[in-house]
Design a protein. Structure first.
Length: 101
């Protein structure tokens, strides 16, 4: 059984960074999903793919995986690049591309 530990990125539907400070442990699927012949819905017999554990820190997630003998890989979060800009820069005279038509 293998798992991955990562820190989720913010969703496209949120402007803030809420719920991105937690670390998540997800099990990797052991087999492919199969379509149900009657309904056509995807499904699998692997219930561990539905388990998603959250932890306050990366060390807590690693300790849990080590305690339960789970092989894991850690994905480090990408650093966010913040370029501060002023609203007045949209209307600057020295702007290369005109703001309006």
């Amino acid at each position: 059984m293998r798992a991955r530990i990562y820190q989720p990125a913010k969703t496209a539907m949120q402007s803030g960074r809420a719920k991105t400070g937690k670390w998540v442990l997800e099990y990797e699927p052991t087999r492919r999903q199969q379509l149900d012949p009657l309904m056509g819905w995807p499904g699998a017999g692997d219930t561990m793919a539905q388990v998603r554990l959250t932890f306050d820190s990366q060390d807590d997630a690693k300790a849990y995986a080590d305690k339960h003998d789970i092989a894991y890989s850690v994905q480090q979060p990408k650093e966010r690049i913040v370029r501060p800009r002023a609203y007045a820069d949209n209307f600057a005279v020295s702007r290369k591309v005109p703001w309006s038509h």
